[in-house]
Design a protein around this ligand. Structure first.
Ligand code: FES
Length: 610
């Protein structure tokens, strides 16, 4: 057990607890082979099959380990810890993970393990096209197969930029060796002439001001200099902060880990402590299947809602739960959203940034505010219960982490919509929308795809008024392809100049968690497969009613049938390669956009010739 915890932790050492407490009281998972109270012997380690045999193959594995300068006494009989690292020079959010991997390894050595670093594909949100979402499942597959094909007893997963968190955890869940997550941590606050700048949110905000003519080219250049000041992921409550916080709420990180800024020395200490923790987890065989039951996923949703987190969580958590064989649906999000207020005052829903959130007490302090709605007796990677992990957490700034009776928004920030425009479901982060659009009817102006949108949005002949409903199709899981974050459609320049800053926008795309506005997203089934979004036409009246959770177009079923009969499927973007594999197997948004062959039940054999 680690002796060095994240500084926000004030809990006792897990070794104080009986090992039988490692097991949750109930679980949706089948019983594991874990024996309560049993601490593994070295010859029970998975890696023993590679190193411990007297035969020829183990000779090769041992001699090749000697070749790397590792003596027998340094690794034989010790847990082999795979440090899955998504560092890359094209990923600014992970640029410090080269050093963090060394700190994790330091912790592993200290605790008597043998660390091996395993580089994995880096999903760099700013640079990877058409969308990192196209590659989330590729990283999940890579993670699972890295852990399976090598002599790995336990895994430390390093990531944080948006899709990295669900991808790494999905792979580790499917492999089900002991695993723990090191969130990359948010970057420091941005700065422009003394004003705070937040990733994404302030980019959209000042881009709109530049188009409206209220800031100059020089102002814009200064903002470019000051908005990204340190390593780390986006420091607004975007998808990165949402999903790393969800990972902590699931119980898959050390307590407090997700809130620590990447540049803080506490982040390095957390990395080393995580290295020590995974060795203890291997000896006690504490695996994802022991931790991730339905209660854990419901608590992760509760955390996301109290944070005012990204709508992308509604896709990723469903996919992650599917890997855990837990049934999680959009209705779970909606039901909790009606109960859980937004308490974290973080942009884009609120005013502050992740650095402020950390100083105010971080995620543990936020979770303590909603503890009556959490499952406190379930297990975490620490061997402690979730309740023990968050006990004693204090709020140090009640404007950043609000009390229950003074929320930023009275309802959780996500509503699930259904209707004849979205029979499979759609979502809206209504807390980040102008309230006048919570119930709104307006005529549609339809764009066929992103290119059409870019070419025509400023066409002055289009009948676009502040009440128009802007529709974008061709941007879903298959149509995008990869469901890019185009969901915050731009407002026409002429309306921006008139002071318009929000409009009702509807698409089958996703939206960056740092974005805001009355944007209905993830419309399902997507237009590319012939969903109703493919059938809507310019001038059709569309009604959004958030309170009723409805999204409808005023078009008769007979007329929709006529349009459906005349509809032809668009061409596929990929005829071969990974893209073709993706198109053949991707599921719709409400199913989590996993690959059907990764999500389904089935066994996978351990490598035979070890
Ligand atoms: Fe990596 Fe936002 S770009 S988290």
């Amino acid at each position: 057990m680690s002796s060095d915890r994240p500084e926000s932790s004030d809990r006792p050492e897990s070794s104080d607890r009986p090992e039988s407490s490692d097991r949750p009281e109930s679980s949706d998972r089948p019983e594991s082979s874990d024996r309560p109270g049993h601490r593994k012997r070295p010859d029970e380690l998975r890696s023993h099959a590679w190193y411990g045999d007297p035969g020829l193959r183990a000779f090769g594995h041992r001699s090749r380990t000697r070749q790397m300068g590792i003596a027998a006494e340094e690794h034989l009989g010790k847990p082999v810890i795979g440090v899955v690292n998504t560092w890359s020079e094209i990923n600014p959010c992970h640029i410090h993970l080269r050093q963090r991997a060394e700190e994790v390894k330091r912790g592993v050595w200290q605790a008597g393990g043998y660390p091996v670093e395993l580089p994995a594909i880096s999903l760099s949100e700013p640079f990877q096209k058409p969308s990192t979402m196209l590659y989330r499942n590729l990283l999940a597959m890579e993670t699972e197969e890295l852990l399976r094909s090598y002599p790995i007893d336990g895994a430390v997963l390093l990531g944080g930029c948006d899709k990295t968190t669900p991808a790494l955890l999905m792979g580790a869940v499917s492999m089900d060796v002991p695993a723990i997550y090191v969130p990359a941590g948010p970057m420091l606050r941005g700065n422009w002439r003394g004003s705070v700048l937040g990733s994404g949110s302030d980019v959209w905000k000042y881009w709109a001001e530049k188009r409206a003519g209220t800031i100059t080219d020089e102002d814009w250049a200064e903002i470019e200099e000051g908005i990204a000041r340190s390593p780390g992921h986006c420091m607004t409550m975007g998808t990165a902060s949402t999903m790393t916080s969800a990972a902590e709420a699931l119980g898959m990180t050390l307590p407090g880990a997700a809130s620590i800024p990447a540049a803080d020395s506490a982040h390095s200490r957390m990395a080393a402590a995580t290295g020590r923790q995974i060795v203890e987890m291997v000896w006690n065989d504490r695996r994802p299947s022991h931790i991730l039951d339905r209660r854990a996923y419901l608590d992760a949703i509760t955390a996301v809602l109290a944070l005012g987190g990204s709508t992308n969580a509604a896709i990723h958590l469903v996919a992650m739960a599917g890997r855990s064989k837990v049934k999680l649906t959009l209705d779970d999000f909606d039901a909790l959203s009606r109960k859980i207020p937004v308490l974290a005052n973080i942009r884009p829903t609120g005013a502050y940034l992740m650095e402020d959130f950390y100083y105010a007490g971080g995620l543990r302090a936020l979770l303590a505010q909603v503890r009556d709605h959490l499952h406190l007796d379930r297990l975490t990677v620490t061997g402690h219960t979730f309740g023990e992990v968050i006990s004693g957490a204090d709020v140090h700034d009640a404007d950043v982490i609000r009390p229950w009776d003074k929320p930023v928004w009275a309802e959780g920030g996500l509503a699930v919509l259904r209707g004849n425009l979205a029979p499979g479901g759609a979502v809206i982060k209504h807390a980040a929308a102008d309230p006048r659009f919570h119930r709104h009817t307006g005529p549609a102006v339809v764009f066929e795809n992103y290119q059409d949108l870019q070419q025509r949005i400023n066409d002055e002949s289009l009948p676009i008024t502040p009440d128009t409903v802007l529709i974008l199709r061709g941007t879903g899981p298959k149509g995008g392809p990869g469901m890019p974050e185009y969901g915050m459609l731009p407002i026409p320049d002429r309306l921006l100049k008139q002071g318009v800053r929000d409009m009702l926008r509807i698409s089958d795309a996703r939206m960056s968690g740092t974005s805001y506005g009355a944007c209905v997203l993830h419309v399902s089934p997507e237009s590319h497969v012939g969903g109703p979004l493919a059938l809507i036409r310019d001038g059709d009246l569309v009604t959004l009613d958030v309170a009723a959770r409805r999204l409808d177009m005023d078009v008769s079923e007979e007329e929709l049938e006529r349009r459906r009969a005349a509809w032809t499927a668009p061409a596929e973007a990929y005829g071969r390669g990974y893209g073709a594999l993706y198109l053949d197997h991707i599921t719709q948004a409400e199913e989590g956009c996993d690959f059907d062959f990764l999500a389904r039940e089935g066994t996978v054999a351990e490598p035979e010739s070890r």
